[in-house]
Write a protein that binds this ligand. Structure first.
Ligand code: CA
Length: 469
């Protein structure tokens, strides 16, 4: 029997692009016509989440299909061992042409540089927005131009010169819209004459929650620096006016960076159209995690709160996905690899912990599909913005445990951090402003959720720390 044709995969991933800065997700602050096109021609996932909201760890989870305590990439300072099994390696072994172009951010040198790719051309570390240095197959070169445009050029060039008789898997990994949010020249004046509305929770005072929220070091009004703002703060502003001025500086540059990503995506989609690749190519748009867009008065990510936990995730594949469909089931970054392997007809190795979402894409929810998942953010020390925590999110609730110094990094002890729990009832409190952890009406819910937390922790083979309270 003839083997069914393996689909091509165009995987576009940005860095720190929150779903609520995409018009197909209901953004109130920008329009993303080309990203919206993927949603209208494919499926939008409203509950796709990362298992650790930080760049390097999320990328490792996506490639390996495993949680970070399994793949060893728990923090920004833990590069990925490139001998691990990844979905591009398995695709390549089965005849796919594979490439990664753009941000890698999983370490450098022989032990950490990309493996499993016929072609790779990546930024060193975070990389630069303008005239970026890139490492092309191990050789460092400087390229003129704006990083998002150049990454797109390299992707188009690779597609143009591929072997058309074999399927491809291209990972287009943009640096944008990562801090310090430097837009292309042509977008420098975008939004200049308008005021971007601040989010609902911009004035959050962090009451009714753990101290972790109040202690977080990512406030728009206090923690943005001059590189982020690109201008000195005007003198004589009231504290209120200064906050809003900083928010406008931050959010406009963030959205300008996204404007170039949207254009880039349009170029890639046009290429597929013009070259007869529309029907046989799975197109994915996602980002390595979400981001706070002034929500709770913050920029950045890390927290298990909704804005940083949720990933934008759009999938177009005309052969199996109904155009304009929406999925509200829980999908995870750990599912991406198993999904691509499933589409390619390759067995998902037992070591991968995610699960193929192909049935969800076909509009069929398996009866045993997950209704909860386990999250863990590992970076402990105070200069890392946010206290370490783990927890679970179900369809209605979120339970978070900030374990404080109970598990210190290299023995580091910060006695000011007492362990704390938070519980949010997302049906009643979608913005997570009021922890009901100590509320007696939720006592049974807390017990059930702790059982579920420990069940999931065991399932992914992580271990609880000593829990207090
Ligand atoms: Ca990121």
């Amino acid at each position: 029997m003839r083997r069914r044709k393996q689909p091509n995969i165009l995987y576009i991933m940005t860095d720190d692009h929150a779903a609520h800065a995409m018009s197909c997700y209901g953004s109130r602050i920008n329009e993303t016509v080309n990203l919206d096109r993927i949603a209208s021609e494919g499926m939008r996932f409203d509950n796709c989440f990362c298992t650790n909201s930080i760049c390097t760890p999320s990328r490792a989870t996506i490639l390996t299909g495993t949680w970070n305590h399994v793949n060893g990439v728990t923090t920004l300072a833990t590069p990925m061992d490139n001998r691990l099994t990844t979905f591009p390696k398995l695709l390549r072994e089965q005849g796919y042409q594979t490439a990664v172009i753009g941000k890698w951010h999983l370490g450098r040198g022989p032990a950490h540089q990309p493996t499993g790719f016929d072609y790779w051309n990546v930024l060193p570390g975070q990389g630069l927005y303008h005239d970026p240095i890139m490492i092309e197959q191990g050789e460092e070169k400087r390229f003129q131009g704006y990083v998002t445009d150049r990454i797109t050029d390299f992707c188009l060039d690779w597609l143009e010169h591929r072997d058309p008789s074999r399927p491809f898997c291209l990972l287009c990994h943009h640096k944008a819209p990562h801090r310090p949010w430097q837009p292309a020249e042509r977008h420098a004046a975008l939004y200049e004459d308008i005021d971007i509305p601040a989010p609902e929770t911009f004035d959050d005072d962090y009451s009714h929650r753990s101290r972790a929220a109040a202690e977080a070091k990512m406030r728009v009004d206090r923690d943005l620096n001059e590189t982020d703002l690109k201008q000195p703060v005007p003198e004589g502003l009231s504290p209120e006016k200064e906050r809003h001025w900083k928010y406008q500086r931050y959010i406009k540059d963030y959205l300008r960076c996204i404007a170039a990503v949207d254009e880039s995506t349009g170029r890639l989609l046009n290429y597929l159209d013009r070259n007869g690749l529309y029907d046989d190519t799975i197109v994915v748009y996602t980002s390595d995690q979400g981001f706070f867009l002034g929500d709770h008065g913050w920029y950045d990510k890390r927290f298990m709160y909704e804005e940083s936990l949720r990933m934008p995730f759009l999938v177009r594949y005309p052969r199996e996905v109904v155009p304009g469909s929406v999925c509200r089931d829980i999908a995870l970054n750990a599912d991406f690899g198993p999904t691509f392997l499933d589409f390619a007809g390759i067995d998902v190795p037992g070591e991968m912990q995610g699960r193929s979402i192909r049935p969800l894409l076909q509009g069929r929810r398996p009866p045993d599909w997950r209704t909860s998942f386990y999250y863990r953010y590992w970076m402990h020390l105070s200069h890392h913005y946010v206290w370490a925590h783990y927890g679970i999110r179900t369809e209605r609730y979120k339970l978070i445990y900030y374990y404080g110094e109970a598990l210190g990094q290299k023995g580091a002890v910060d006695e000011s951090k007492e362990p704390e729990w938070e519980l949010f009832d997302l049906d009643l409190d979608p913005y997570e402003l009021n922890s009901v952890y100590g509320d007696p009406r939720y006592a049974q819910t807390v017990r059930d959720l702790k059982d579920e937390l420990h069940r999931l922790q065991a399932e992914v083979r992580d271990a609880p720390v000593a829990e207090i309270g």
